[in-house]
Design a protein around this ligand. Structure first.
Ligand code: NAD
Length: 483
């Protein structure tokens, strides 16, 4: 089936005003599966105006009412799980099993979580007892907010932003990645079906430097939440900051995975395969720099390579496949370019993969081998720049101090994993690592109440739980004197 994706503006499905479209490509086959609008500033303006008009009524609904609508969206996502999982897999190249187990259920959880959270969200009173005054510290929605998301976890991250924005009473103009627009479009159909009032959520498709740029610069947009690359985050910050818009930026990572000799070895090995290559390494939280304590370095290397070799690479729609296609031809070229650089670098040796692969009957698809590179310096390009693909490096270390210095020697600070059964060592590492999200003896275990986000060039602000509800509301203090 060929999809014609439409913008969702004021509750209606619209073609872009200038009738400009791009092909939406299935990366597993390098074949078009439909077309996506290339919206311009006029489409974005229409969406913003519709959100602005919907805001007074939506922000005046009760929290229970908004919660109920969010629940209906969640329920419909669950009902359509198979359709959405297949669409996500075809659009992105990810194994359908992953979309079915992680991406789509998490999208439903995002709506249910914030449907619950908003009914428990309270405001504060600060009493000045002796002065006979009381402060009512209130929180109000901003109005129109922008949600911009990337291609790696398309529906998962898109809904992670939209759900808290709607729950707190804002109206939204959202822009998914132009590379993976399909499930965002299916979400707009779900919103129409469950009766979300027109204009409360508007979804505009198109390129970042056109539709995205028009969205972040528009004067009616009060807050912007963005997930994507650090360079794009910088551009958005430089455009939006002079207008003093509220900003939340979730950006790139180069996450350390630290393995001590005293770890639970089997659990570590199993998890490290996932944290290296899940979604073909295209998860911002993947541990792409693996540091192994010297006494188990050779054992780990041999066992890890054996497991990498067992990964089943192929058609993402095949139920038995662990590892699908990279998202686009451009991204494939970027990953390949880094491997070419590693080949020329005397501080790095590719010991597994490093090349494109052909999958039977899908020879034109964007497949790249899982890749393991031994590095002798954390300063080499492979360890300093985000590749965002199926490429990990291995490097031995001797002491705790040394590995913490290596781990923190990065412009990024998104997440880190530490493998040790020594609780004191685990805590020392947790406290000294410069990362916003730290996992001890696990990876990707998420509680949606916890603050999520990165330090340094990985992010500004936090998402999740109360942090998201605070981001989408403006505090206001009213002081009443009752003398
Ligand atoms: P990207 O920055 O190219 O695009 C992200 C989104 O921003 C897209 O919707 C794009 O159209 C839009 N955009 C691009 N230029 C814009 C502009 N000038 N103004 C407004 N919008 C613009 O990122 P990507 O390639 O889609 O995603 C990969 C990146 O996302 C990686 O760096 C990865 O680490 C990061 N990521 C971070 C997290 C996190 O939580 N920190 C999660 C997932 C992905």
């Amino acid at each position: 089936m060929e999809w014609t994706i439409k913008n969702y503006i004021n509750g209606k499905f619209k073609s872009p005003v200038e009738d400009q479209w791009a092909s939406n490509i299935d990366p597993a086959r390098n074949k078009p599966i439909g077309k996506v609008p290339l919206s311009n500033a006029k489409d974005v303006e229409n969406a913003i105006i519709s959100a602005e008009r919907a805001f007074p009524a939506w922000s005046n609904t009760t929290a229970e009412h908004r919660s109920e609508i969010l629940r209906r969206i969640a329920q419909e996502i669950k009902t359509q799980l198979e359709t959405l999982a297949e669409a996500e897999s075809i659009d992105n190249g990810k194994p359908i099993t992953l979309a079915r187990k992680i991406d789509i259920p998490r999208a439903a959880s995002n709506f249910n979580f914030f449907a619950d959270a908003i009914t428990q969200f309270d405001t504060k009173a600060h009493e000045m007892y002796a002065a006979k005054a009381i402060n009512l510290s209130l929180r109000h929605p901003h109005g129109v907010v922008a949600c911009i998301s990337p291609w790696n976890l398309p529906l998962y991250l898109f809904t992670w932003k939209i759900a808290p924005a709607l729950a707190t009473g804002n109206c939204v103009v959202a822009k998914p990645s132009e590379i993976t627009p399909l499930t965002a479009y299916l979400l707009s159909r779900i919103c129409e079906k469950v009766g979300l009032p027109a204009g409360v959520l508007n979804i505009v498709h198109g390129h970042g430097d056109q539709a995205g740029d028009a969205l972040i610069k528009h004067k009616l947009v009060k807050a912007i939440t963005f997930t994507g690359g650090t360079a794009t985050g910088k551009t958005i910050a430089s455009s939006a900051s002079p207008q003093f818009k509220k900003l939340s930026l979730e950006m790139g990572g180069k996450n350390p995975n630290i393995i001590f000799t005293d770890c639970d070895y089997d659990k570590m090995l199993e998890t490290t395969i996932r944290s290296s290559f899940a979604n073909q390494g295209q998860i911002c939280l993947c541990g792409s720099r693996i540091f192994i304590e010297q006494p188990i370095y050779e054992r780990f290397k041999a066992d890890f390579l054996k497991k990498v070799d067992q990964l089943k690479i192929g058609n993402p729609l095949d139920e038995n496949v662990d590892f699908g296609a990279l998202v686009s031809a451009e991204h494939l070229k970027k990953v390949e370019g880094y491997c070419d650089m590693a080949r020329k670098d005397d501080q790095a040796d590719i010991i597994y993969g490093g090349k494109r692969i052909k999958v039977k009957d899908l020879e034109d698809g964007f497949y790249f081998s899982p890749t393991v590179i031994e590095v002798r310096s954390n300063q080499c390009v492979i360890n300093q720049e985000e590749i965002f693909g199926p490429v990990v490096s291995l490097m031995p270390f001797d002491t705790e101090d040394e590995v913490l210095e290596l781990a923190n020697d990065s412009p990024y600070g998104l997440s880190a994993s530490v493998w040790t059964t020594n609780i004191n060592k685990a805590m020392r590492c947790g406290q000294r690592l410069e990362s916003g999200v730290i996992w001890i003896n696990t990876w990707l275990k998420r509680d949606l109440r916890t603050p999520f986000g990165g330090m340094k060039s990985s992010g500004m602000g936090r998402e999740g739980g109360l942090d998201a509800l605070h981001f989408f509301t403006e505090p206001k203090n009213i002081c009443i004197d009752y003398n």
